[in-house]
Design a protein around this ligand. Structure first.
Ligand code: SAH
Ligand code: TMP
Ligand code: ZN
Length: 404
């Protein structure tokens, strides 16, 4: 096993066993042709990058029927409006600016950029969501971003001031090709800005369900800094973001072109101080994952024995790891409700728990709802106040199993 970034030796620290594709919501016909792979994570002994040890072919995950819609949360819509404003006020402030977004999904960020009249292009391989972005007035190329497609974009559109990505760079194992593409497409003094779940928060909050097929890398400031350097770039700024359970936004420039902010060194130091990539930290994280599995299964079995009704809330990609690793099926959770039309009437991958529309929640209200979409807790709890008023309680499983 070798590191996908630097080729150094990879030490595996947790194995979730055989897992399905997290976003492969099933019809009855799909049941006998499910794809499974071994979901396990390791850390590079050389550059410290945390990553999956087995890679799933990209076309199996990102295709015309990819179901995830970025605009499904009002908090995330607001976050990306603010992001568009931040870019417009900052790096896109020059004459005739041009921005390329890697993985624009349904256009949640670029539609604000487009409305402001700024030249832009989304590069998005999943055809269904790309069409939704186009319907919002966003220009999209249906393609994977990599060296070859980036070079074609350069030829057709010219160089970019900003290359931006949210929750996408961590999905891409072939980052050497991505960086060569960025190098080809970015203006000399342009920036590559990306934001992804922060491994520091994952470990601190025990959010082990961030680990699934699509999330190939789990970044730290140190590992991103090392990666940027290796690719001829430099990490010049970092900002923590409160979304999706804690993320970091990284700003990368060509080596020597910008003075790195003090925040970079401060975060590298903080990570070293807490031993973020140290074997003892990773082992403790693994032990916590096992305790959560034990406690969650015990709680669900107890509630069933008491005759309580428990449903799931949010058929997230993350929930595939929870249900399949914990062995939670329709016997413990008869259905999961979710707002995404493409998931309705389908079965969750591996666990075969049916997915129903959000309205199923109140028909009638259950005793408990297991909140798989914990990253949207504030928004969801605010809109489901009637559930609480009816005596319903939420079950959370991170940082530990609890009823609230
Ligand atoms: N930026 C959005 C979408 C995140 S989901 C948000 O933050 O909500 C990840 C997206 O990356 C998916 O839409 C997927 O199709 C896309 N993707 C995966 N590999 C890619 C690649 N190589 N180039 C561009 N997009 C990619
Ligand atoms: P995410 O955690 O990857 O963003 O996925 C969130 C999932 O939860 C997605 O399938 C949509 C669903 N969802 C709801 O069902 N209700 C909601 O209010 C929100 C915000 C999300
Ligand atoms: Zn490495």
């Amino acid at each position: 096993m070798i590191c996908r970034v630097c080729g150094g030796p990879l030490t595996e620290f947790f194995d979730f066993g055989r897992q399905p594709l997290s976003d492969a919501f099933l019809t009855a016909d799909d049941l006998d042709r499910q794809f499974f792979f071994r979901l396990a994570v390791g850390a590079c002994e050389s550059c410290t990058m945390v990553q999956l040890v087995e890679e799933v072919a990209r076309d199996r995950m990102f295709h015309d029927a990819y179901p995830y819609l970025s605009s499904g949360s009002s908090a995330m819509r607001r976050h990306f409006e603010e992001t568009a404003q931040f870019l417009t006020d900052g790096e896109l402030g020059g004459p005739d600016p041009f921005i390329v977004e890697i993985g624009c999904n349904d256009g949640v960020m670029l539609k604000t950029i487009g409305k402001a009249g700024i030249r832009h292009l989304g590069v998005e391989p999943s055809g269904g969501v790309a069409r939704m972005a186009r319907a919002e007035g966003v220009r999209v190329r249906t393609d994977f971003f990599e060296e070859a497609s980036a070079t074609r974009v350069l030829g057709e559109e010219g160089p970019a001031d900003v290359i931006y990505a949210a929750n996408t760079i961590c999905h891409i194992p072939y980052l050497d090709s991505v960086f060569r593409g960025v190098d080809a497409l970015l203006k000399t003094d342009g920036v590559f800005v990306f934001e992804d779940p922060y491994f520091g928060d994952i470990v601190e909050r025990n959010t082990f369900d961030q680990i699934y097929d699509e999330h190939f890398f789990f970044f730290t400031v140190r590992s991103v800094q090392a990666m940027a350097e290796r690719m001829g770039f430099e990490l010049v700024d970092v900002r923590r973001l409160p979304v999706h359970g804690g993320e970091v936004r990284y700003t990368i420039a060509r080596a020597g072109r910008r003075r790195p902010s003090e925040r970079v060194a401060a975060m590298v130091e903080e990570e070293a101080g807490r031993g973020l990539a140290a074997p003892a930290t990773l082992a403790r994280f693994g032990a916590n994952i096992e305790s959560i599995r034990h406690d969650l299964v015990e709680l669900l079995q107890d509630l069933r024995a008491q005759g309580k009704r428990v449903i799931g809330y949010g058929a997230t990609a993350k929930s595939a790891t929870v249900t399949n690793y914990c062995g939670i099926g329709p016997d413990l959770i008869p259905f999961v409700c979710d707002t995404t039309p493409a998931k309705h009437g389908r079965l969750m991958p591996g666990s075969h728990i049916p997915v129903r529309p959000a309205e199923a929640m109140s028909d009638p209200y259950p005793d408990y709802a297991l909140l798989f979409a914990w990253n949207h807790a504030e928004e969801i709890m605010a809109k489901e106040q009637e559930f609480r008023a009816a005596g319903g309680r939420w079950i959370l499983y991170t940082p530990d199993v609890r009823i609230v």
